[in-house]
Design a protein around this ligand. Structure first.
Ligand code: F6R
Length: 241
């Protein structure tokens, strides 16, 4: 495990974007696993900036996103597909047919998850997986207590995740109750894992996840066992370690 301390959110975003662009430069046809949420938005903005300056090229890159709400069509403003278009894909040259997000519009959970695992397998696995972390230690939608050995699967969102996500919807009732997510097994099989974390509300969980016991009660703690895991955090998120 490697920990990189950043001064602030902007610095964290820049350092994370640097690692991603290095990956793309070293292997132009790499597979990037991507995340949504507030934390990586600055990382995507930095990558877009470097793309516009001609410093990084995504034309051969394949992407697989971590997760998607079950029941939201792609064009729903709160779908993760939509988020990725708005915050990244719409502004860079990743080829549309190389963009993959679990199919939230497929009500058949088993089929949607099986197909997504097949996609990840067929593209040769993930070279670099970008992650955020939930305040309860979740990664993707792998909530506390989930088995470490799962591939893509359908999860019931916890009350705390529904609470955290309701700010993006008109009301709590509108927040989907289920999601399709890559499992911990899939994430652990990525050749490199890069986590971004910022803000004081992440400090406790960062300490627990990376300096406490490895346990399914803290899903991110398994990353202690990953051979190439990098955490880039700002001062507030790393304040307790
Ligand atoms: C996003 C995802 C989630 C977030 C986590 C942190 O695709 O899978 O695990 O990374 O909820 O979210 P933020 O960055 O909004 O604090």
């Amino acid at each position: 495990m490697k920990i990189i301390r950043a001064k602030d959110y902007k610095d964290m975003s820049r350092k994370a974007a640097n690692i991603i662009s290095a990956q793309v430069i070293m292997k132009p046809n790499c597979v990037l696993g991507l995340a949504t949420g507030g934390t990586p938005v600055g990382t995507y903005a930095q990558l877009i900036d470097w793309y516009n300056k001609g410093d990084v090229d995504f034309s051969e890159v394949t992407t697989v996103n971590l997760d998607e709400y079950r029941g939201l069509p792609r064009d729903h403003e709160q779908s993760y597909w939509y988020f990725m278009q708005k915050n990244f894909f719409g502004s860079v040259n990743v080829q549309p047919d190389r963009i993959h997000v679990p199919d939230g519009s497929n009500p058949n959970a088993e089929e949607a998850c099986r197909e997504y695992d097949a996609i990840i397998r067929n593209v040769g696995g993930i070279d670099l997986q970008l992650l955020g972390i939930g305040v309860d230690g979740h990664i993707g939608f792998n909530e506390p207590g989930q088995a470490f050995e799962l591939g893509t699967h359908c999860v019931d969102l916890t009350e705390s995740t529904i609470d955290a996500n309701q700010r993006f919807f008109n009301s709590r009732d509108e927040v989907p109750r289920q999601a399709y997510t890559m499992g911990i097994k899939t994430i652990m099989q990525a050749r490199k894992v890069l986590m971004v974390a910022n803000g004081a509300n992440k400090a406790e969980i960062i300490k627990k996840a990376f300096f406490g016991p490895v346990t399914p009660e803290v899903p991110a703690s398994i990353l202690q066992m990953h051979p190439d895991f990098i955490l880039v955090g700002d001062q507030d998120a790393l304040a307790l370690i």
